[in-house]
Design a protein around this ligand. Structure first.
Ligand code: NAD
Ligand code: TYD
Length: 377
């Protein structure tokens, strides 16, 4: 496989996947296709943008003719599809944009790939359409274990258990889809279209569902970078509800490594859950972030605690996500490489050391830069 199209490569996770592939596979031509919405930022890829095996194309995945053109022009034989609208709060305000990009965009990409691959003598041989999805499609788990043990209780040992009165303790690959937010509903819909293209046309597809990611280059509307930046500027930290919701956090480079493994070794038409068995209540993770930022900035312990501000809860706020990723570990040998303490330390340090990156975003400079660069195109 030589020509790989990565969509959404200017975003958070996509930029880590592009970097990994460009560095690790000098024989592959990596085409990064991204619309550069508010969430896309080419500064995320400064270190690899001049590599000979890398090309950037600005395009909208919902533009079917453009997808046909790009896939044909670059003779694409593998697609790793990350482009999406990704923020739950935005989806609550504007569900239509999510349906357009996540559902219609994925469909346009599938259709364009189908037409091109079916026109080749070898058809689908050696081809792959890998769709990156989220654990949020499975809905929400309960907070309290039936025996009264509060989450986080995610360990490999307790995973895979079920309880009659309680249902599932973790999301597995067999968990039924039950999305609640417009974001997760749009991702669920796109997952169904991907599987339908396998079942109907025989396209070699793979879907993975990953838990919350954290790490460098995440847009500062998401919890961790937003709070690091707000602490630095002594701005309030808006905690939704009581801060009791639980998320399962994975370091972004571990996700990128999993994507690499699954792209090359995953079974066609299969699904893999990706997660690090690392559940945290929001309020607990917020306290870790405050402690780490204060320590690295040389503030006294507890200095930024007063910034915590409980605000009205998110509409339909899912209580708990927890991924059982043992199938991926068992079948393909992937394991997360970083302990959470190490990952969060690296992450906080990165945001504090890269204040220019953050300031460019929060001042809107980078969007103006693209407007200028692409004027008239
Ligand atoms: P992100 O919002 O940081 O990046 C999304 C990228 O897609 C941006 O570069 C944006 O410009 C691009 N994009 C948006 N609409 C587009 C369009 N119409 N055409 C072309 N490009 C477009 O998102 P992320 O957090 O990096 O997530 C990437 C993927 O991983 C998404 O599919 C998301 O659902 C999935 N995912 C994310 C997480 C997480 O914790 N962030 C967890 C599991 C799965
Ligand atoms: P987020 O980073 O938006 O990811 P997701 O909604 O996809 O899980 O939010 C993570 C958790 O943090 C989620 O339970 C909502 C909560 N949250 C806050 O309490 N305050 C905030 O300002 C944000 C952005 C999120």
């Amino acid at each position: 496989m030589r020509n790989i199209l990565i969509t959404g490569g200017a975003g958070f996770i996509g930029s880590h996947v592009v970097r990994l592939f460009v560095n690790k596979y000098p024989d592959y031509h990596i085409v990064n296709l991204d619309k550069l919405t508010y969430a896309g930022n080419l500064a995320n890829l400064k270190d690899i943008e001049t590599r000979p095996n890398y090309t950037f194309v600005r395009a909208d995945i919902a533009d079917l003719d453009e997808m046909r053109r790009v896939i044909r022009e670059y003779e694409i034989d593998g697609i790793i599809h990350l482009a999406a609208e990704s923020h739950v709060d935005r989806s609550i305000k504007d569900p239509f944009t999510f349906a357009r990009t996540n559902v219609m965009g994925t469909l346009a990409l599938l259709q364009a790939a189908k037409e091109y691959w079916e026109s080749l003598p070898e058809r689908y041989e050696g081809k792959r359409f890998y769709h990156i999805s989220t654990d949020e499609v499975y809905g929400a788990l309960e907070l309290t274990h039936p025996e009264g043990v509060d989450a986080p209780f995610s360990t490999k040992a307790s995973s895979g258990q079920k309880h009659e009165a309680y249902g599932e303790l973790f999301f597995t690959e067999e968990t039924k889809y039950n999305p609640h937010s417009p974001y997760s509903a749009s991702k669920a819909s796109s997952d169904h279209f991907v599987r339908a293209y396998h079942d109907t046309y025989g396209m070699p597809t793979i879907v993975t569902n990953c838990s919350n990611n954290y790490g460098p280059y995440q847009f500062p509307e998401k919890l961790i970078p937003l709070f690091i930046n707000n602490i630095r500027h002594r701005k309030p930290l808006p905690v939704y509800g009581k801060g009791e919701n639980v998320r399962d956090w994975l370091y972004v480079e571990d996700h990128a490594r999993a994507i690499d493994t699954i792209f090359h070794e995953g079974r066609v038409a299969d699904t893999y859950n990706i997660g690090g068995f690392n559940e945290w209540k929001n309020i607990d993770i917020i306290r870790v972030i405050i402690r780490t930022v204060d320590r690295l900035l040389g503030n006294p312990e507890g200095y930024s605690d007063e910034l915590i501000t409980f605000v009205t809860d998110r509409l339909g706020h899912d209580m708990r996500y927890a991924i059982d990723s043992r199938k991926l570990q068992r079948e393909l040998g992937w394991e997360p490489s970083l302990q959470f303490e190490e990952g969060i330390e690296k992450t906080v340090r990165w945001y504090l050391d890269n204040q220019e990156w953050m300031d460019n975003i929060t001042s809107g400079d980078y969007e103006r830069y693209y407007e200028e660069m692409y004027k008239g195109r």
